[in-house]
Design a protein around this ligand. Sequence first.
Ligand code: DX5
Ligand code: ZN
Length: 223
Amino acid sequence: MKLAPSILAADFANLGTQVMEASKAGADRIHIDVMDGHFVPNLSMGAPIVASLRPITHLPLETHLMISYPDLYIHEFADAGADSFLVHWEGSFNLHRTVHKIKSLGKRAGVAINPATPAGVLEEILRDIDTVLVMTVDPGFGHQQFVNSTLGKIDRVRRMIDRVNPECELEVDGGIDAKTAPLCIDAGADVLVAGSAVFGTKDGVNAAMARLHDAAYAVRQRV
Ligand code: DX5
Ligand code: ZN
């Protein structure tokens, strides 16, 4: 199981420090939420944030593009130092082209699906991608409630991946904390994105990461 802290919930005045704390606490990658106020009803950050973080961490920088025309921005994020891209099935008119554009730049490509989008839409693209991101909230905001009905879909995506492309990662994003993480792992997730459960707690990043690791470890002990 891998942990991908989402900096959407970080204190932006201390972003570098918080990313370094997450890295020391065992983060596997840093998840960067990019929102355009069009595909989702919120604005967040762009490529300059990726460029600022690039020199301060060796962890992979994963850009989650919640934007309407991802093709227009992939080059800019790649040049800034992004290692991987998650693009939305719902926001890509030519998903195959977008995925191959990402791969032609030597970057990892993932496809994200919203809670109301069925697993079946992945059927034709699954062989071409490195990651499936199952959104466990509707994208656009941090600190939302985990959508329980996505658990069945995580399980269905797990089985599709095992059948079609076992190398592909199954990542989940939204409302992940020490309670919901075990449910997702049980359903077959192998990468957990967590924003507020890492950067939004009173006892700090280190303690928060330890809680998530413990929750995941407890699942492994049961298996
Ligand atoms: C939601 C974003 C998430 C967000 C998760 O649109 O894609 O990555 O940061 O935040 P939490 O973990 O607080 O639900
Ligand atoms: Zn995200």
